[in-house]
Structures are given as C-alpha cells and as structure tokens.
Design a protein around this ligand. Structure first.
Ligand code: ATP
Ligand code: MG
Length: 423
C-alpha cells in the first residue's frame, strides 16, 4: 500500500487523555481511533493487525475441528434469565426493541423495560442453538466458535485496548457426553492457545484461576507478564507453574509445590481464559442427550475465550521502544516499510512491484512532502519488522539499505538480492 494514499496520519504527540502506553502508541501510529472511553475504531493499519491475529486463531481452532459461526450482539432476555445472568452489572447495555410512539431511535428507558442485552458472552445462546441439534450421544462431541464484538460495562476503561466496553473476542464452546471427554478437549485447547499466543509473539503463562461469573470450579487463564497488567499471579520461577493471586495458596508458600522452585509475585495481563463449565448451562437450559443405554444425560460443556483486541494492546504494551511499536512478523500490518528518498521513485516503484509480486506486504512511503527524518520516525512508530530505504546514497552502490526494527545496524543489500533476502 502507498502511504500517500493512507487516509490516516501519524501524530507526534499522544492525546492528553490517554495514559496507557498501548493506546498512546497505537493512536500515534494511526492504528486506532478513540470514539469514547473503552470504545475504539480499528483504522486500516489496526484492522490489518486484527485480521492477522484472527487468521492465526482460525487456523489453530479449525485444526482442532472447531466450526466457525457468528452469533449476534443482541441477546434476548429469554436466554439469560434461566442462568440468572440477565441483570448482572457487566451486561448493563440493555436495550428494548419495542415500537415507540415517538418513532424509531427513541432513547431506551429504565432497564426494567429492556428485553435484550448487548451480548457480553454467549454460553446461553449457543447452548440453546445446540439443543436444536443434539439429541443422541452420536451428536457429540462438537465445538463451535466465533470472532465477534462483545459489550461489557467496564467502569475502569482507561487501559486502551486492554479493557474495552466494546471489544473483539474469540469465544469457543464445546459440547461433550462426559467429563472425561471435556478434559481431553480442554487439554487440546490449552495446547492450541499456547501455540496461538506464541505465534503472536507472546509467552503466555498457563495459570490456575477462579471461575468468576462462569463456573464455581477452577478455570485457567493465559497470562503475559507486564507491569501494567491488572492481574497478579504467583508463579514458580523454575517450572512456570502459576496461580492467580485471587485463589492462590502460594502466597504463604516460599517454594513451588510442584518442583520446589522459588515463587515470585508478578503483574500480568490476562489474554485468554478457559472454563470447564460442566453441566451448569446445559442443566439450566435443558440441553440433554440420550446415551447408549437410552438414558437422558445433561451435556457437559466447556468455554474458551481470547481477547483479540486486548491481545493487540498487550503486544503494543510489551513490544516497543522509545520510538514506537515493534511488531512481531506474524501480526505486523506490513512486513516491509519501504522508504524512498531523494526522489528516486523510479527505482523504488520497481522494487515495490517486485516485492508485492512475491506476495510480500509492503507499506511504501512514497510521500514527496516528508523529510527523511519524518519518514524514519514514522517507520519506527508504525513498527513493521523490516525497513528498506532507497536513496541516492544506496543507489550509488546499486543497493538498498535494510534494517530490522528490533536491531540497531542497517546493512546494504544489492538491488537484485533484496527480494530473495526478504522471503
Ligand atoms: P477480566 O478479568 O480481565 O475482566 P474476564 O475474566 O472478565 O477478564 P472473560 O470473560 O474470560 O474475561 O473473557 C475472555 C477474554 O476476553 C479474556 O481473557 C480477555 O482476554 C478478554 N476480555 C475480557 N474483558 C475484556 C475487556 N473489557 N476488554 C478487552 N478484552 C477483554
Ligand atoms: Mg471481566
């Protein structure tokens, strides 16, 4: 893509009201636009990152045999009442769709009048859908997931993409004949999640945690270490065994019960959470199947979330320097930021075409009204993994200058070797 055509522009200063590093960098780079506290638009660069992450998740979950669907944001009261999750504070974005004398768009009145909530999670809806298709043990197991917008009443929406009121989540739900099969699948999802986070450039720590609003038993979180994280985990420095502070008994232990290693307390960001739900939702919503002996049994369920937009915030928060973001190759909006100086457009265009013909994603800074310094500053801020410069100086040597975003030194590469060195 030609940077001269990109409708967004970088900004030197972050907005005054943004305190979180991720929001400051992502706003300055033109990845996101803040509409309101906790509500962000994904601009072209930001959407490219989001789509890269989505692709990784889709690949890993499809490999587990999970099937992609799309549920809707408007969730009928009838689904949430049986599980007593209709009027929880977290789902305060309640709506009604009753006709009004004043006309369409009249403001919603008090929440007693509401008959819909903007979905903050979808266990109930999918359980009801599953009930339509599950009758026998032969229909089990199966799993379905979606990538969709979630709405939550988050009073502390000051952390940029880390905590949104409206945010992107991947939610997966699995349905099983018994607990043993759920545990098998739960283990597979755990491994897939660890691969997803690794592919996104993050070292996630598998952490035992409380069930919260989802289940009474323990659940597991995927935490990445960061001083700005709202969570506190106790982790073993030797084997990485970790527990969320909320439930941890390691607080009082100096040694890890698994391996005897030293335990430390760390701040972290929860990027994913998996829940062995058991029969809580199937019992409440009447989801049953007939087993091999002809006996009715409740379906055993699991649910599994990844905060996709939070993941972007976490990467920006963790992987940066004084000049901007440092994207891992796998999720960077573009692989190469190609910069032309000294009006050497003819040569730069040629290289741009060669690279894109090879399927390499290039952001081409073809702007004529920017200085070299401005272009370099933008490349650092936007943070693509490779910076390629075409200028009088490099062309005198029949070369371009290539620098990796996370390295200090640049090197000259002959023009005819550039494409090969990028693949
Ligand atoms: P938290 O404790 O941070 O509020 P949660 O336990 O409420 O998270 P889940 O309901 O398990 O979160 O949602 C699944 C995933 O969605 C979380 O692991 C997190 O990555 C992400 N997530 C949850 N709430 C938000 C939010 N307000 N903004 C962005 N991402 C979120
Ligand atoms: Mg929450």
């Amino acid at each position: 893509m030609r940077q001269s055509q990109l409708f967004t522009k970088t900004r030197r200063e972050a907005p005054k009201d943004e305190v979180a590093v991720n929001a400051r960098l992502l706003t300055r780079g033109g990845f996101i636009f803040k509409n309101s506290a906790g509500i962000y638009t994904f601009l072209p660069l930001g959407l490219r990152v989001l789509e890269k992450i989505e692709k990784i998740i889709v690949q890993e979950l499809n490999a587990l045999g999970a099937q992609k669907i799309l549920m809707q944001a408007m969730v009928d009261k009838k689904y949430m009442e049986p599980t007593a999750r209709w009027d929880l504070d977290v789902g305060f974005f309640a709506l009604d769709d009753k006709p009004r004398r004043q006309g369409v768009g009249a403001p919603t009145k008090a929440s007693e009048e509401a008959n819909f909530v903007l979905g903050w999670t979808h266990e109930e809806v999918l359980t009801a859908i599953a009930a339509e298709y599950i009758s026998s043990y032969k229909d089990l197991p199966f799993a379905a997931y979606q990538i969709q917008t979630k709405f939550r009443n988050e009073p502390r929406a000051k952390s940029g993409l880390l905590r949104g009121k409206e945010f992107m989540m991947k939610d997966l739900y699995s349905f099983h004949a018994d607990n043993r099969d759920l545990q098998r699948y739960y283990g597979e999802v755990k491994e897939a999640y660890l691969r997803i986070f690794k592919r996104c450039g993050l070292d996630a720590i598998y952490t035992t945690a409380a069930g919260g609003m989802f289940t009474t038993g323990n659940t597991h979180e995927f935490q990445v270490l960061s001083d700005v994280g709202e969570d506190m985990i106790l982790m073993c420095l030797k084997c990485n065994y970790a527990e969320n502070r909320e439930i941890s008994e390691l607080k009082d232990a100096d040694k890890c019960p698994k391996c005897g290693g030293n335990v430390a307390e760390k701040h972290s960001i929860e990027v994913g959470n998996i829940f062995p739900l058991g029969t809580k939702y199937s019992a409440a919503l009447g989801l049953e199947y007939v087993d091999e002996l002809g006996v009715k049994q409740p379906v055993v369920m699991g649910s599994y979330g990844i905060g996709i937009s939070r993941l972007i915030g976490a990467i920006a928060e963790i992987s940066n320097d004084a000049n901007g973001i440092i994207w891992p190759d796998s999720v960077s909006p573009f692989k190469v930021h190609l910069i032309v100086l000294d009006d050497r457009k003819e040569e730069a265009e040629k290289l741009y075409n060669e690279l894109t013909d090879q399927g390499i994603e290039v952001l081409y800074d073809d702007r004529s009204d920017k200085t070299a310094g401005e272009k370099f500053a933008d490349a650092d801020l936007i943070g693509c993994p490779w910076r390629v410069v075409v200028s009088n100086k490099t062309l005198d040597k029949n070369s371009v200058e290539i620098k990796k975003r996370n390295e200090k030194v640049a090197k000259l590469v002959p023009l005819d070797k550039v494409v090969a060195s990028m693949i």
